[in-house]
Design a protein around this ligand. Structure first.
Ligand code: GLU
Length: 482
């Protein structure tokens, strides 16, 4: 088998949406699975959509995601240039070649005529399509127009009868009636190629063996395939991916406020988790396991697992995967990563970061949740005493007042202040009073944290705050409840 060569060919239009990154990821995985090359080609010929700085976003995103390209604009390679606008000179000759072989033709129709044609077609409910007006011009007629300096484009000459079939690895064999194929423009009046032409020539010249892209290109692929045939080139293997959706009807799109890759990272998701999740958007691994690092994905990835149906972006699932990556971190690693987030709201110098990391680690889903979770350490929030009411624990403001009054002297009397001593003291009290654990533990937790949800339990929080601060907060609880 020839060396597998895949490419990611983004247009620099501003940001990297999740669907884009998924295309890049699949192209990368396929290349690496077969020890092939992953090529980055920047398709920047649509100057109207070009956004300054967008190429850097593409570089940064791919690098961050670990999708390192083997050839590309910044590192070069044997098939450059890798920026489409720098390749502009090479296309016209290929189009002329097709004119010679009868697979393309000069078209001198002006804007007004095309506009008129479109109107007529629209009025009679026909899909807009070039009518072949210039297809049969004689050599002399063409020369005359060229000599007169009439602007022209070069159009692909599509067959009008019969059918064209191509194979897509995801969608299977696709057959279209040639009668629906539009004689698309290959070279524009300014001599520049259209995307539809450039992508075929570039893919061929760059030796691309597998074309992975969004299925919005599926309907154009018969025409691309006819171009390969006309040149006598071997077409690539086609792998079209269905879009990533926000819900059953809407595509995921940054323009509608949906998160781009960068946004997800800014929101605190781990890059590895995002990459793992994106791989699962439209691809199913063979077994049950869904957590894969990038090297594992290379092993696992298989085109047969790509789904025809659109994938729906599920934030809950992404969160669960992120949480799984956090759980798999060592405590050291977690502490190191969590500390800056802790320090956003917890400035207390002598806080036991290790203990706090231990408390946060098992339940942390997202690092950016941490600042809000630990903000009670520096300053007891001004909480509502309704928080003392807990149905399951069978506590309310009255029982809580009793519980805190019983707890205060017990904790006051402790000489040693650590998790064990606090635990033993409180459970001794629970035994003595003959109450359920929650009768004491819930009010203590509320009093020391002022929060409904806390990392870790009341005992851990008492340990973390230290004796003096714990007693002060229990005192405040008693006053609030009295
Ligand atoms: N430049 C095209 C895009 O960003 C790439 C299409 C392709 O992969 O062929 O949509």
């Amino acid at each position: 088998m020839a060396k597998v060569r895949t490419r990611f060919a983004p247009s620099p239009t501003g940001y990297m949406h999740v669907g884009n990154l998924r295309t890049a990821l699949y192209a990368y995985l396929l290349a690496k699975k077969y020890d092939g090359d992953f090529i980055l080609r920047i398709e920047d010929t649509d100057r109207e959509r070009y956004v300054e700085g967008a190429v850097d976003i593409i570089y940064d995103t791919l690098r961050k995601a670990g999708l390192i390209w083997d050839e590309g604009p910044d590192i070069g390679g044997d098939y450059g240039p890798y920026i489409q606008s720098e390749r502009m000179g090479m296309f016209k000759g290929y189009a002329e070649q097709l004119v010679e072989s009868g697979h393309a033709y000069y078209c001198f129709c002006d804007k007004d005529r095309l506009e008129e044609l479109r109107k007529i077609q629209q009025a009679s409910g026909i899909a807009p399509k070039y009518d072949g007006h210039c297809k049969h011009l004689s050599k002399e007629e063409i020369q005359e127009k060229l000599d007169a300096g009439i602007p022209y484009v070069i159009r692909q000459k599509c067959p009008t009868e019969g059918t064209t079939t191509f194979h897509d690895e995801v969608f299977g064999d696709i057959t279209v009636d040639n009668s629906v194929l539009d004689d698309q423009i290959l070279i524009k009046a300014d001599g520049m190629p259209t995307y539809n032409f450039a992508n075929v020539v570039d893919d061929h010249l760059m030796g691309i063996t597998h074309v992975i892209r969004g299925n919005e290109y599926l309907s154009s692929t018969p025409k691309y395939n006819l171009l390969y045939e006309a040149f006598g080139w071997e077409p690539p293997v086609y792998i079209h991916c269905s879009p990533v959706m926000k819900n059953a009807t809407e595509k995921l799109s940054k323009r509608n406020g949906d998160a781009s890759f960068e946004d997800l990272i800014k929101k605190g998701y781990l890059t590895e988790a995002v990459v793992n999740y994106i791989a699962l958007l439209g691809w199913a691994p063979k077994g049950e396991e869904e957590i894969f690092t990038l090297p594992e994905l290379i092993q696992e990835f298989d085109v047969s697992g790509i789904s025809k149906s659109p994938a729906i972006f599920d934030t809950q699932k992404l969160k669960a995967i992120n949480a799984e990556y956090i759980r798999r971190m060592s405590l050291d690693e977690f502490e190191e990563m969590a500390t800056p987030y802790i320090r956003q709201t917890c400035k207390k110098e002598d806080v036991d970061l290790r203990l706090l990391a231990e408390m946060l680690h098992p339940r942390c889903e997202l690092f950016t949740d941490i600042p809000e979770q630990v903000d009670f350490i520096d300053k007891l929030p001004d909480y509502d005493i309704a928080m003392y009411t807990h149905k399951k624990m069978k506590t309310n403001a009255e029982t809580a007042l009793v519980a805190l009054k019983e707890t205060l002297p017990v904790l006051e009397g402790l000489n040693e202040w650590n998790m064990d001593s606090i635990h033993n003291a409180l459970f001794e009290l629970i035994g003595k009073l003959g109450v359920k654990n929650g009768y004491i533990l819930w009010p203590v937790r509320v009093a020391v944290s002022g929060k409904q949800f806390t990392p870790g339990g009341g005992i851990e929080i008492c340990d973390l705050l230290g004796k003096e601060e714990t007693l002060r907060r229990i005192q405040i609880g008693i006053e609030k409840l009295s």
